[in-house]
Every structure is written in C-alpha cells, then in structure tokens.
Design a protein around this ligand. Structure first.
Ligand code: ADP
Ligand code: MG
Length: 250
C-alpha cells in the first residue's frame, strides 16, 4: 500500500538520505532502526514534506498514487500520519478544535468533542489534554500523548511514528500499545522508528529495516530487531565500521 522508490533526501544542501527503497503491505507493521544520525528522521520528514527537507530523487507511492510532490496537507488527507520525533510547539488552538478541523467532521464542535472525550478516556488518557493548546506548553511526555490522541482520532491509513516512545513513562507506554493495537486491528499500516525493547517486543513487527549512514542496509523479519538489541548495530549489520567495531567481533 506504501512504497518508497529510490528516495534521496537533502537538508541544508547536503544529501543525507540516499536511494532508500521499501514497501509496506496493507496492515503491516514495520520497524525502522539505525544508529543515531543514520537518517531515519530525515527520511520520514522528507517523505511527509517537512520544509527543511527536500526529496531530490525517487518516488513516494500511496495506494498506487504518486504523492511525491503532493503538499503535506494533501498527504495527510490521503491518510498518511507522521508523529515527529521533535514535536514542534503549536499554540493558539486547542487539541480538540484542531482535531475537529483536521478530521473534517460534519458534527458540531460540541458533539465531536463529547464523542472524542469519551474515546480518549477509554484509552486511559487524561481527556483534559483536549482542552490544552495543541502542543505549546506541554511537557515532553504530554506532547507524545497529544500525538497519540491525534492518531486515534484521525485513524490514518499509514501511521509513521518517529520515536513516539521517547521520554514517556511506563503508563503512557501502555496507552501507546493499546492505541497501536486497536488501529492495527482496524487495518492501519505502521512504520515505527524505535529502539525501545519493550515496544519492539510488544509490536512483534512483520519487518525490520535498518539504516546506516543514510542508506537502507538491511531488511529482515523481527529476529533482526532481537539481534540488534543483543549485539548492537555493528554486530547485526554489515556496516562500513564493522571491521573496527568491537560489537561486531563478539
Ligand atoms: P536519525 O533520526 O537517524 O537519528 P537524522 O535524520 O535526525 O538521524 O539525522 C541524520 C543526519 O542529518 C545528522 O547528521 C543530522 O545532523 C543531519 N540533519 C538532520 N536534519 C538536518 C537539517 N535540518 N539540516 C542539516 N542537517 C540535518
Ligand atoms: Mg531521529
């Protein structure tokens, strides 16, 4: 349902991601891993059309439609959702008002709010976040909870989650598991960037992709994530530092 074909992405006039191709089937859960600075966030930000990143080569295809040059809001309308690693500060409207607009609901704001509030409560999330600004003034963990509320409210076809688990407490992590499980049952496809062992364990991904130095260097089943957690990236992947990396010699 989703394909990246030979994608290269630049930032600040420098090519950071080179020639990445990957395919996700409908309902698949894929994990994207890689050492810090390997280009994971650059890839997904570029794909979604973040203004600091430019796709310089390749195609992004959603359900057969070439969306490479579509605007970010068009990609979102077509069903792609990106939770950014560094959630930007946005104020001036509440999360509930934002979601009423973003979902293009035909219900009144009040009707929409009442339904959403009870849905949010079912997940065990403090519904008062709906009345707070979208992300401005929220703590790191609250920002990630705001992203999860957006995910469950918008029910995208493809959810790209870039380190949604970073800086969240154990209770919030359980909420994330539940939200992801519910959406997976409904057929949402996931591309999750994470190094969190309990998330990887819980998700039991169909595929694991590894980036190193801006390139996709290995794709495999979930055993690859287990190997990486045990032996580190150099131990699991033929990266260019492998000959000198102590982890690879073990
Ligand atoms: P990862 O998400 O895998 O940790 P990133 O995609 O954030 O890696 O970063 C990959 C490399 O690109 C890093 O060297 C980073 O400093 C650089 N980079 C990321 N964003 C920008 C940007 N907006 N401008 C310049 N360099 C960037
Ligand atoms: Mg990143």
């Amino acid at each position: 349902m989703f394909e990246l074909k030979n994608i290269s992405v630049s930032a600040d006039n420098r090519e950071i991601v080179t020639d990445v191709s990957l395919t996700l089937k409908k309902g698949e859960t894929a994990i994207l891993m890689g050492p810090n600075g390997s280009g994971k966030s650059t890839l997904v930000n570029g794909v979604m059309g973040h203004p600091h990143y430019t796709i310089t080569n390749g195609k992004v295809v959603l359900e057969g439609d070439d969306v490479t040059n579509s605007k970010t809001e068009e990609k979102a309308e077509k069903g792609i959702f990106l939770s950014m690693q560094h959630v930007p500060k946005v104020g001036g409207l509440t999360l509930a008002a934002f979601l009423h607009k973003a979902s293009k609901s035909t219900e009144s704001v009040l009707e929409y709010y009442v339904t959403l509030r009870s849905e949010v409560e079912e997940y065990g999330i403090n519904p008062n976040l709906l009345d707070r600004p979208l992300t401005a003034g929220l703590s790191g963990g609250e920002k990630k909870l705001s992203e999860i509320i957006q995910l469950v409210a918008l029910k995208p076809k493809l959810a790209i989650l870039d380190e949604i688990d970073s800086g969240v407490d154990v209770d919030a992590l359980k909420i994330f598991f539940k939200a992801i499980d519910v959406l997976r049952e409904k057929g949402t496809t996931f591309l999750v960037i994470s190094h969190h062992p309990s998330l990887l364990d819980h998700l039991s991904p169909d595929t694991v992709h590894v980036m190193s130095n801006g390139k996709l260097v290995k794709s495999h089943g979930k055993e690859l994530a287990e190997e990486i957690l045990k032996h580190g990236f150099c131990g699991a992947v033929d990266c260019e530092h492998r000959d000198t990396c102590p982890a690879a010699q073990k």
